[in-house]
Design a protein around this ligand. Sequence first.
Ligand SMILES: [Zn+2]
Length: 279
Amino acid sequence: MNNPELRDLVLGLAEGESRREVCPFCHGGRTRERSFQITREGGVAKYVCHRASCSSGGRRSYGGMSPTNSAPVRNPALDKYMGEYTQLTDKYREFLLGRFEITADLLHYYGVRQAADGRVLLPLLHYDGTRKGDSLRYYPELSPQSYRGSKSMIYRPLDEVPLAWYTLPAGSSLLLPDYRSDTLIIVEDQISAMKASRLVDSVALVGTNMSMPKLVEIGMRVAATPRYKRTLVLLDADATAQAARMVARVRSLLTNVSMRRLDCDIKDTPYAELPAVFN
Ligand SMILES: [Zn+2]
């Protein structure tokens, strides 16, 4: 265990205990919120950080006990967002349309909701459209009153990879005439992926980091989808050395991958200009 703060947290847990703490990896960001959930059960500590910019997660065994001998740990509190949420109101739909050109029917198709605390709930979707978890995004324009936590939080079962797929079925009325079925794009955020899905199939990394489980899930999907002839990795303009490492990893696993650095995020680029970005 190479993070001494994590080691101290693990050693401080009693069997069966679950705690919410400040994350030993990201330290809870500016607000130092307790976004880190850790549970000890059957000789194993499982942990996850719900801040999207961190997304640390994993398991650690205690000395002398093998994790493979223990029963799997289930903690429903980690698995999904437990707060209240409703359909989007007109105010939210108008904001998302005006800011990103995302129409009400697209929001409805992907199950976007609004949480009682004012955040926007974006489901984390599997490739087949089923829901693996949620991310909650805070926009100050929509909920200026009370929310003080991270801008973006992720809720998912630990064994689910934090990737969000946005693909529309063949023949969908949401597809635009310039739709290209031969291309998969990889972008950082869900709003960009959702927007792009009317023109190309999209997957959002839900944060900037390209972990090996994400890479494996994308690689398996590309291998299982013969119509994908190429994969585009589209990086934000402020992408860093981390992004370069990410692309190197992707290239090691996928064939026919190209990378582009964007001058403007997909979500902030008008639809009229997007077909050229994906060509
Ligand atoms: Zn964290």
